[in-house]
Design a protein around this ligand. Structure first.
Ligand SMILES: CC(C)(COP(=O)(O)OP(=O)(O)OC[C@H]1O[C@@H](n2cnc3c(N)ncnc32)[C@H](O)[C@@H]1OP(=O)(O)O)[C@@H](O)C(=O)NCCC(=O)NCCS
Length: 350
């Protein structure tokens, strides 16, 4: 399907009403009227030439919307939605690219998007269309009740190379890693319940370096925003499941803390029922091999001195004990504890 942009027409009102009453559109464009009436669509159509209909170039059917708002000399913010029946067919990516080409030609130098961290589809559109992630604009989002929330800023400059933007942590090949016994998949919003139940276990929360808030709402948000951190190149969090039957076994993550050194760290936890079967070592091996596949030179991991089970996991996954790092890890009540540092090097290419 080829798409085109054109000005809005009065005859498009019904398509706009349908798309703007869709729950996902309402969720991520919270300033839209709710419910969205025909009169709202007609007012939108009258807003002028900063807003475009995204249409099927062959049939003129309305697929979505793309528009911009000038924000000072040479700068504009861009927004879009796609009707629920037309999503997942690169309509938004194509529309964003087309509008960008037009705006850069007309003299704009910087276009930016503000996207909620859990809106993965929209952030994937940004990556595909060649936008780079710049950071978090705290409180940049606003709801009708006046409350504010954070937005992730993605921007594209006139002389940026064409998309997709490079990613330090690409998608898993085929969306998963598996050795036939365990399967690792990206952590999703749907995993919040299992993840919370895992992270509140005392021997999981007590051994975490990255901090484990014990509030279910916070864990739910972390799961929903996990994909955003993956796109940012910061960390790749995955659930570990049985390959047969999909039973939840635990989680594992690759933390890309040292991009300059091409060194990433792994961390993992299993549910009590899943322990003692070699699943953690399998998961560690899969993530470590993937780390080398995507360009890591060194994969590292650390354990407390008394965490013998985790040390065995690392040895089984091919890691070597390198050092005892004194007081490297945060311990209970502000104390510090020693870390046994393990590493595995990228195998030499023969
Ligand atoms: C965001 C939106 C415009 C995307 O439209 P679209 O035409 O489906 O987008 P594209 O097909 O060009 O790309 C969608 C990407 O998101 C991915 N995606 C879709 N749903 C997803 C989900 N629930 N979780 C993760 N990724 C998702 C697709 O796989 C695709 O990624 P890929 O191209 O890297 O494979 C559409 O979902 C929408 O209208 N959402 C509601 C309004 C909105 O969020 N607007 C943007 C506000 S910032």
């Amino acid at each position: 399907m080829s798409i085109a942009l054109r000005p809005w027409r009065t005859g498009d009102a019904d398509a706009i009403v349908t798309a703007c009453n869709d729950p996902l559109t309402q969720r991520y464009l919270p300033m839209l009227p709710n419910p969205y009436e025909r009169s709202d669509a007609l007012a939108f159509i009258g807003r002028g030439d900063t807003q475009r209909a995204v249409i099927d170039a062959d049939t003129d059917q309305v697929l979505g919307a793309v528009g911009y708002a000038p924000k000072g000399e040479g700068v504009a913010s861009v927004g879009y939605w796609v009707g629920p029946a037309h999503r997942g067919r690169r309509v938004a990516t194509g529309a964003l690219e087309m509008l960008g080409t037009e705006l850069f030609k007309s003299g704009f130098q910087r276009l930016y998007l503000e996207i909620e961290a859990d809106n993965l589809a929209s952030q994937r559109v940004a990556v595909s269309a060649g936008y780079s992630r710049e950071g978090i604009a705290r409180g940049a989002g606003r709801r009708p009740d006046g409350s504010r929330f954070d937005m992730v800023v993605w921007a594209r400059l006139a002389d940026d190379p064409p998309g997709p933007s490079p990613r330090a942590l690409p998608d898993l090949p085929g969306g998963r890693l598996t050795d036939g016994v365990v399967v690792l998949r990206p952590l999703l919003a749907d995993d919040a319940h299992s993840t919370y139940n895992l992270r509140i276990l005392p021997d999981v929360s007590g051994r975490s370096v990255v901090g484990t808030p014990l509030d279910p709402a916070v864990v739910a948000r972390q799961c929903a925003e996990s994909g955003s951190k993956w796109l940012a190149g910061v960390r790749s969090e995955m659930t570990i499941r049985r390959a047969d039957g999909d039973l939840y076994l635990g989680e594992i993550a690759l933390y890309y803390a040292e991009p300059v050194l091409k060194e990433a760290m792994i961390g993992y936890s299993l549910t009590p029922e899943a322990r003692g079967h070699g699943y953690a070592a399998r998961a560690a091996r899969l993530v470590t091999d993937w780390g080398f596949d995507i360009g890591m030179a060194r994969m590292i991991a650390g354990t407390a001195t008394d965490n013998v089970a985790s040390q065995r996991v690392l040895e089984a996954a091919g890691y070597t004990r390198e050092a005892l790092q004194r007081e490297r890890l945060p311990g209970p009540d502000g104390a510090r504890i020693d870390n046994v540092a393990f590493a595995k090097l990228r195998p030499a290419v023969t």
